[in-house]
Design a protein around this ligand. Structure first.
Ligand code: HEC
Length: 106
């Protein structure tokens, strides 16, 4: 019962905590090198078009990117490579990265 309660609290508190963090696009610059090989930034080409359909994330809504990364991290979304990637990110990393990619290609 305790475990279930704890989990429910985490689920409820998670989004609130995530929203309290302010993303810093400058700080993301050291964190995004591993994304580029698959997401094809900055020239919009996917690195492995025959293996993966890799969605473009540059220019997406900040909130959408952050939500997607939290969902991979929590296991709500199940893609194995993205789960591994997102699992290594802190909530602050996710906020920074979402801020960076939502700025577009500049
Ligand atoms: C090994 C290749 C790979 C790496 C590295 C990678 N991604 Fe992904 N990413 C994918 C694939 C493939 C998908 C689509 C997975 C799916 O269908 O759920 C995806 C999906 C996403 C999505 C969801 C997009 C959408 O439209 O729903 C986001 C956001 C994302 N990645 C961000 C990142 C970020 C940020 C990084 C770096 C920290 C990163 N990815 C690194 C392959 C990768």
């Amino acid at each position: 019962m305790k475990i279930i309660l704890g989990f429910a609290l985490l689920v409820l508190a998670g989004p609130a905590l995530a929203q309290a963090l302010v993303g810093n696009a400058e700080a993301a610059k050291g964190k995004i090198s591993m994304c580029e090989g698959c997401h094809g930034i900055p020239d919009y080409r996917t690195a492995y078009p025959h293996v993966y359909h890799v969605p473009l994330i540059m220019g997406q809504q900040q909130a959408y990117i952050a939500k997607a990364l939290h969902e991979y991290k929590s296991g709500e979304r199940s893609h194995p490579s993205m789960r591994a990637v997102a699992g290594s990110l802190s909530d602050q990393d996710i906020a920074d990265i979402a801020a960076y990619f939502s700025r577009g290609s500049k």
